[in-house]
Ligand binder design. Structure first.
Ligand code: SAM
Length: 301
């Protein structure tokens, strides 16, 4: 008799994965954790009944939430990953020789342990890398208290449920800004616009209140069902305004082997939004007005 993992993240709709074999099932201090062999996507990690990542398509999300900001920035040395317990983001970040240290703050050590044991196709040897600084703790608390500073913050959070709710708050974002170096970039997953539109709208509204520049780019992750996955960014500079030649040169220099999704052409294409997604975003923040004083000073020069 076939058994199924039924994800009912949205009312009136569900996705189901055939369970060939359960590899781990348990309840941690924070959530229900399951790892199973699925019928079509290899091994799957589920938290509280929601698909987090699968061997079959994790490359999309993990490549787009790492290589795009790293190529846009151009000189990322220190990275902070919030969440990301499956190690997929960490593994992609560490492909960059420029990265000297990657601090990962994951609240649930059960997720880390089951990923190390059952999801090595996703995390590889990332957890053993000497540049990895692994913290088991609340990401919101970390950014409020750390005296580390970062070139890139990747918020690899689940949906705003349980312990992750705090990772969608204004206070959390303000503290992220506190620990970002000049020119640093923050990226975060923000759900599937077709089903979670308000989550995207709320995040970008908050980003606009805190950072000079912010926006959204898209990726298609088959098991984050119902179309595009929105990935949001925020920085003190406009990361969409990078000379394409620079991104192509950085990509060639990075010599990233075996990517299955990210490439420099797609880097720029990902910022093109279909109308229904663009409509979810508040009007872009007006560029800071040139005051009369600044205009007069410019005239004098
Ligand atoms: N890739 C997935 C996605 O797109 O939704 C999420 C990856 S990862 C599994 C999400 C991780 O965030 C989980 O391991 C969860 O334990 C962790 N997490 C939730 N709340 C957290 C918090 N406040 N601080 C740190 N990690 C947290």
């Amino acid at each position: 008799m076939t058994t199924w993992f039924n994800e009912t993240l949205y009312t009136g709709f569900r996705q189901s994965h055939e369970i060939k074999k359960v590899l781990f099932e348990g309840k941690s201090k924070y959530q229900k954790v399951v790892v199973f062999e699925s019928g079509r996507f290899g091994r799957v990690l589920g938290l509280d009944g929601v698909v987090q990542c699968t061997e079959g398509d994790e490359f999309v999300y993990h490549e787009m939430l790492t290589h795009l900001p790293i190529m846009a920035h151009g000189n990322v040395k220190s990275v902070l990953i919030i969440g990301g317990g499956d190690g997929g983001i960490l593994e992609e970040v560490l492909k960059h020789k420029s990265v000297k240290r990657a601090t990962m703050v994951e609240i649930d050590d059960v997720v880390i342990n089951v990923s190390k044991k059952y999801l090595t196709k996703i995390c590889g040897k990332a957890f053993q890398d000497k540049r990895t600084n692994l913290i088991v703790g609340d990401g919101a608390k970390w950014v409020a208290e750390t005296d580390e500073r970062y070139d890139l913050i990747i918020v690899d959070r689940p949906d705003p449920i349980g312990p992750a709710t705090v990772l969608f708050s204004r206070e959390f974002y303000k503290n992220c800004q506190r620990v970002m170096k000049p020119g640093a970039i923050l990226v975060a997953q923000n759900g599937v616009p077709h089903m979670q539109g308000p989550e995207l709208t709320d995040a970008v509204k908050l980003f606009q209140k805190i950072w000079a520049h912010s926006g959204t780019y898209l990726a298609v992750v088959p098991t984050y069902v119902c179309g595009f996955m929105s990935l949001t960014w925020a920085s003190d500079r406009d990361i969409t305004d990078v000379d394409p030649r620079k991104v192509f040169q950085r990509f060639a220099k990075a010599n990233l082997k075996g990517l299955n999704y990210y490439n420099p052409e797609l880097h720029f294409g990902a910022f093109a939004l279909p109308n229904f997604v663009a409509r979810l975003l508040p009007a872009p923040k007006a560029a800071p007005k040139r005051t009369a004083k600044k205009k007069a000073a410019k005239k004098k020069r």
